[in-house]
Design a protein around this ligand. Structure first.
Ligand code: G6P
Length: 489
């Protein structure tokens, strides 16, 4: 986004997401250190040059003083980012509470919080009130920066209330909303106390997008069953107003990964890793340390595999990169302890004086180290219990042109719909099945690996993030034009 050409003839795209693509750290009264946080959405939009993009979001830091807010806004402006300032209480109730303790687990089929989880934050009502308040604060910043003709693209479950707030400001705004998580079956969504209000707010958008056709279908049926609205092949209709609903599967900037593998620094890293793990097959997991990623289940399946296949014990290693996330939420703290306990037990059980079967890291890796790791991997294990898409599976495939390793992929990740034919699909809850799949993957004949890899590589390199973003925005422009034509008729 920094390097983008800003010719005024380009259409302006306001990308609104909870988190800005840069994290801010205060280094003095009015000085800031900005670090790019390259999540899926950031890398997706990095390659998009068709629009003049501005980002609007939370900088992930509490800035109570006006002088600090002013200096941070100036520093961020250079990166084409516009901050939304949320105070600590709002962050606690909106982000930790309603977003991460209620919507996130619910949308991933983990249900609403039981009493012990609710008791850790305030009541559901006050969290929902904070959620609406935060969404209104985002809307205020969007509106203050809006120019006629801009396209506004709202992202994710944090901002389901935003389309409505924006349209209340100006019904002419072109508003799209995209969900990066699954949208669950209407039977799950209907348990949410604020189910109707959220659906109605999203329906204020012109275009609503999901990663898969199934998520789109669940959304439409929630609108039909909960709101009594008519679902059409185009979307959802309410008193003559159509909200277009469709699937737009995200991808990655595959060339960025392929190019990185050519860098001398990365090649050196690959060489070191190969030497370090010589004589052993490398299995890899890269996940945020989140309950939806099924990390305990994955490690237990690996344990079962070692238990049943003693010959493999000194011939395979599992590298698990577990990136800490949402560390203020108690559920995440509990998960960290649980994973550490299981890893410790398995390493104690199968380790020797010189080796351990699992290398578990509680941190992220820089981009080049990650590419090198993907390139030396024989088997990648993506065992999410639910996952909107899961781009780790795409990144792994992009880095495997030489090795043609095997992808074991959860059937509950959105990516199963696109990489299913090349991957070994598993039910992550079935530890026996995953253990057997590990054995199958490790011994798969080269020609089968090659065939599976080619299928996935073709998909990952042709369905890119750039194409995803451009398709969504052009569909949004078309949807608005069609709606105008319809009202004129
Ligand atoms: C998921 C969500 C994103 C979120 C990311 C990291 O991918 O869909 O919206 O930004 O996780 O989580 P965090 O809570 O740290 O922003």
């Amino acid at each position: 986004y920094e390097k983008q050409d800003a010719r005024p003839s380009k259409q302006r795209l306001l990308v609104v997401a909870n988190r800005l693509p840069v994290a801010a750290f205060r280094t003095g009264e009015d000085s800031w250190h900005l670090e790019i946080s390259a999540g899926g959405l950031v890398s997706a939009l990095l390659g998009v040059n068709e629009f003049e993009t501005r980002w609007i979001g939370w900088a992930g830091v509490n800035v109570p003083d006006e002088a600090g807010q002013k200096s941070l806004a100036e520093a961020l402006a250079e990166k084409r980012c516009i901050p939304v300032f949320l105070d600590e209480e709002v962050v606690h109730q909106y982000y930790n509470g309603y977003c991460n303790n209620i919507l996130w687990p619910l949308f991933h089929y983990l249900g609403l919080p039981q009493e012990d989880r609710l008791a850790t934050t305030r009541s559901f009502q006050s969290q929902f009130a904070a959620y609406k308040k935060a969404n209104q604060m985002f809307a205020d910043v969007v509106y203050a920066n809006y120019k006629e003709g801009d396209v506004i693209w709202c992202h994710d479950y944090h901002l389901m209330f935003l389309p409505k707030c924006l349209k209340e400001y100006n019904s002419e705004m072109k508003v799209g909303w995209f969900l990066h998580t699954p949208f669950p079956s209407s039977e799950i969504h209907r348990t949410l106390p604020s189910r109707s209000e959220l659906l109605r707010s999203v329906l204020a958008a012109d275009l609503v997008g999901f990663h898969t056709y199934d998520y789109a279908r669940h959304f439409v049926s929630a609108c039909t069953r909960i709101l009594g609205l008519e679902g059409t092949p185009e979307g959802v209709e309410d008193q003559g107003k159509l909200t277009r609903v469709a699937a737009f599967p995200i991808g990655i900037d595959s060339n960025r990964f392929i190019r990185a593998l050519e860098l001398p620094e990365v090649k050196e890293h690959i060489k070191e890793l190969k030497e370090r793990f010589a004589g052993r097959k490398v299995m890899l997991g890269v996940d945020r340390l989140d309950m939806i990623k099924g990390i305990p289940q994955k490690i237990l399946a690996f344990e079962k595999f070692l238990e049943e296949n003693p010959v493999w014990r000194d011939q395979v290693v599992l590298l698990q990169i577990a990136v800490p996330t949402r560390t203020d939420v108690p559920e995440y703290q509990k998960l960290t302890c649980q994973v550490h306990e299981i890893v410790g037990r398995i390493n104690g059980r199968f380790g020797t004086l010189t080796t351990v079967p699992i290398h578990h890291l509680d941190r992220s890796l820089d981009f080049h180290a990650l590419c090198a790791l993907y390139a030396v991997t024989d088997v990648a294990l993506v065992t999410s219990l639910r996952d909107g898409m899961n781009l780790v599976s795409y990144e792994f495939v992009a880095c495997q042109a030489e090795k043609k390793g095997v992808l074991i992929l959860s059937e509950f990740a959105g990516a199963a719909q696109s990489l299913g034919a090349g991957a070994i699909l598993v039910n992550p809850w079935n530890v026996t099945e995953v253990a057997a799949s590990i054995g199958y993957a490790l011994t798969m004949p080269a020609d089968e690996r090659e065939k599976r890899h080619q299928h996935n590589f073709m998909h990952v390199t042709t369905h890119t993030s750039q194409e995803w973003a451009e398709t969504f925005v052009s569909e949004l422009n078309d949807t608005v034009v069609e709606a105008q034509l319809r009202t004129r008729q």
